[in-house]
Design a protein around this ligand. Structure first.
Ligand code: 13P
Length: 257
């Protein structure tokens, strides 16, 4: 059973694009978006650029706001953390959780990631859970084991309704920021596997509805091929999203697949 799933393209700006750079970016990007229809777009700025992006997007249809991280704590004495209610206050709809940079550079474990998933869902935002193996894990044939564990621990004890409100991004660590994209076959195989685990954790209808992003060196040149694979429903774009023209080109490619 295959259901049509609307394509979704997300821009993870990471630690780039300051608040004062948001307006010029959006002027260009929104102009190019006028020709685009039938694709969902998520912009995921840094925390300090969220207010400006939120302000400029409020009247724009079809583009949603995401955050790059969330605190696993509710509120109080947690210096440097950003809470769910702070994000909701800025009309954030989506939260990236467990990005490989958070896992590998900032030591986030599957247990912390699971807390962040619950916090996001409790506050009526939608998590994008990032999973993916390192180069070493792929070389030693452990990629499926790693992905399965990240999914099972990240999604454990979530209700069906909560899983329905979740998206997954498959981002092989070796493909992020390296220019070394996964081949379409590698990416499709991983996405198919992810969907089969989602079926086990929920049911076939939920897993068929769930949109899965691929992330890792997506560019306007390789987006179309990747997005044509049956289980790849979107792209989570880092470097190529920093230029509004190149990000718009990727969205345009999604429209034609
Ligand atoms: P790049 O597109 O720069 O490889 O980054 C991918 C990524 O990590 C998106 O979250």
């Amino acid at each position: 059973m295959t259901l049509p799933r609307k394509k979704i393209i997300s821009a993870n700006w990471k630690m780039n694009i300051t608040a004062s750079e948001v307006a010029p970016y959006l002027t260009t990007f929104l102009e190019e978006m006028k020709q685009i229809d039938g694709v969902d777009v998520i912009l995921i700025p840094s925390f300090t650029s969220l207010p400006k992006t939120s302000e400029l997007l409020t009247t724009t249809q079809g583009i949603r706001l995401g955050a790059q991280n969330i605190s696993s704590y509710d509120k109080g004495a947690f210096t440097g953390e950003i809470s769910a209610s702070m994000l909701r206050d800025l009309f954030v709809h989506h939260v990236l959780i467990g990005h490989s940079e958070r896992r590998h550079l900032f030591g986030e474990t599957n247990a912390v990631i699971h807390e962040k998933m619950k916090m996001t869902l409790r506050n009526e935002m939608k998590p994008i859970l990032c999973v993916g193996e390192t180069l070493e894990e792929r070389r030693t044939g452990k990629e499926k084991q790693v992905i399965e564990q990240q999914l099972r621990e990240g999604l454990q004890d979530l209700s069906l309704d909560q899983i329905d409100n979740t998206m997954i991004a498959y981002e092989p660590v070796w493909a992020i920021g390296t220019g070394q994209t996964a081949t379409v076959e590698q990416a499709q195989e991983a996405h198919f596997f992810i969907r089969s685990i989602i079926t086990e954790l929920s049911n076939i209808s939920t897993s068929q509805k769930m949109r899965l992003h691929y992330g890792g060196s997506v560019t306007p040149h390789n987006a179309e091929e990747l997005l044509s694979a049956p289980d790849i429903d979107g792209a989570l774009v880092g470097s190529a999203s920093l230029d509004p023209h190149s990000f718009a080109k990727i969205v345009l490619k999604a429209q034609s697949t």
